[in-house]
Design a protein around this ligand. Structure first.
Ligand code: TYD
Ligand code: MG
Length: 426
């Protein structure tokens, strides 16, 4: 056009001469070729808690920003303090900024966890710039901020924990981490309903996003990797909350309550695979006469839409009716499953409860399709082996990848409808 369409000025547009374009040959200062960058290997410092290290990809990388989210009371503060203790045991220095609790409260908790180390420094600084100054002079091997909702930047408006404050505090902490090379773990609370106010807001700003999940009333805790710029995502670490903190669960076999293996109607064992590790969980369903004109559908630990779909498939393709029934489905232990293979165990648990028949000692997995087919999901062999290793008598899962297996056949094989045989055998 030759002039600015808004101000009509023809002097604001400047032509860039061809020669000013960056050359494609000469890398500018601060730019590395891929080969050079690959040669400069990153050093990983293991924290020393295997279940934690696996989820973050093997250890801390210089300047890594890690977000640890979770509901209040799930054990985030406990986990980071234990991580600090472990790193200190290995000769590292850790600065724990805990504005959420007083320094003496943290010290008390550390005592309970058996952590007493001069190389753990405590601060209750709430001003993010002052905190960064402290960290800059201490230059620890790890900085823990518990939590991002309690620190604030002075010139930014709004209450600590508010959108503006969280965003700005995280940005400054991550900037410090990148320029100094000090790894940071930022703890963030998530509210019961999925919570956007904190962690979700800053996931893009950090390199690694971890969530700690579990039923606060029970022992099991799942540390889940949702994002990792330095390693594989979707890894999980398992812990049990005990009297003296979180204990690593190395072999999850014991998590499945004995005597609960499909002996009651509505209970089915599911070999879930989270990340690379199989984890046997119990899926429970209760189908009861509806108590209101609009039947209840209550789902815990699985995406409700999946359960609704499974119910529809059972109604259409297996002739079962849930129309006048209340339905409850849950995964025992407060675990949240994202594994699509949960469909079939949910279907079997629902049918088992509806018919009042226990399925016995078996494990099942598979994705249930809308036409009643059962589709293969990843790690079939892995699941079968784990079920077998833990002494389950039979496994029911999709045989091939062809999607020819049917929901009716699966129900029959579990002894719920008809008497056809349909299992993988060996
Ligand atoms: P906490 O780490 O404070 O949770 P968060 O920081 O996520 O809010 O831990 C909360 C619960 O863990 C608390 O209710 C008490 C329990 N707990 C134990 O059972 N054993 C322990 O050794 C510790 C330190 C805590
Ligand atoms: Mg806490």
């Amino acid at each position: 056009m030759g002039f600015c369409p808004q101000c009509r000025d023809d002097r604001v547009l400047v032509e860039i001469a061809e020669s000013l374009r960056p050359s494609r040959r000469r890398p500018a200062a601060g730019v590395l070729s891929l080969a050079d960058a690959r040669a400069a290997k990153v050093a990983r410092t293991p924290i020393g808690i295997d279940e934690f290290d696996r989820v973050i990809g093997g250890g801390l990388v210089p300047g890594v920003g890690i977000l640890l989210g979770g509901e209040p009371g799930v054990g985030k503060s406990t986990l980071v303090l234990q991580a600090a203790g472990s790193l200190a045991d290995r000769g590292g220095t850790v600065l724990v900024a805990s504005a959420e609790e007083s320094v003496s409260q943290v010290a008390l908790r550390a005592g309970r966890l058996g952590i007493s180390d001069d190389s753990i420094l405590l601060s209750s600084e709430r001003d993010v710039d002052a905190l960064i100054e402290v960290a800059r002079s201490a230059l620890p091997d790890l900085l823990v901020v518990d939590s991002i909702q309690t620190v604030a930047a002075r010139e930014v408006g709004g209450a600590p924990g508010g959108v503006a404050q969280v965003r700005e505090s995280v940005a400054r902490l991550i900037h410090f981490s990148k320029e100094s090379g000090v790894p940071v773990i930022l703890v963030g609370h998530v509210t019961k309903d999925g919570g956007i106010a904190g962690p979700k807001l800053v996931e893009h700003a950090v390199d690694v996003v971890l969530y700690l999940e579990g039923d606060p009333e029970r022992g099991l805790r799942v540390l889940r990797g949702l994002k990792n710029r330095f390693g594989a995502t979707h890894q999980v670490g398992l812990f049990e909350m005990g009297e003296s903190g979180l204990i690593e669960v190395v072999d999850p076999a014991g998590l499945l309550a004995a005597g609960k293996r499909g002996e009651m109607p509505g209970s089915v064992v599911f070999p879930a695979v989270d990340g690379t590790r199989p984890l046997l969980v119990e899926v429970q369903a209760l189908v009861a006469a509806a108590t209101a004109p609009q039947p209840r559908r209550s789902v815990k630990g699985i995406e409700p839409a999946r359960v609704h779909q499974v119910i529809a498939v059972l109604e259409r393709h297996a002739g079962l009716s849930f129309a006048d029934k209340d339905v409850y489905v849950s995964v025992v232990g407060g675990i949240k499953l994202r594994d699509p293979g949960a469909d079939l165990p949910v279907a079997l648990a629902l049918a088992s409860s509806l018919l009042g028949e226990a399925v016995g000692s078996l494990a099942a997995w598979g994705e249930v399709g809308l036409t009643g087919e059962i589709r293969a999901v990843a790690h079939g062999e892995h699941r079968a082996l784990e079920a077998k290793r833990l002494g389950l008598g039979r496994v029911i899962g999709p045989v091939g990848g062809g999607g020819n297996d049917r929901i009716l056949a699966a129900l029959a094989s579990a002894g719920l409808l008809g008497d056809a045989e349909w299992d993988l055998g060996d």
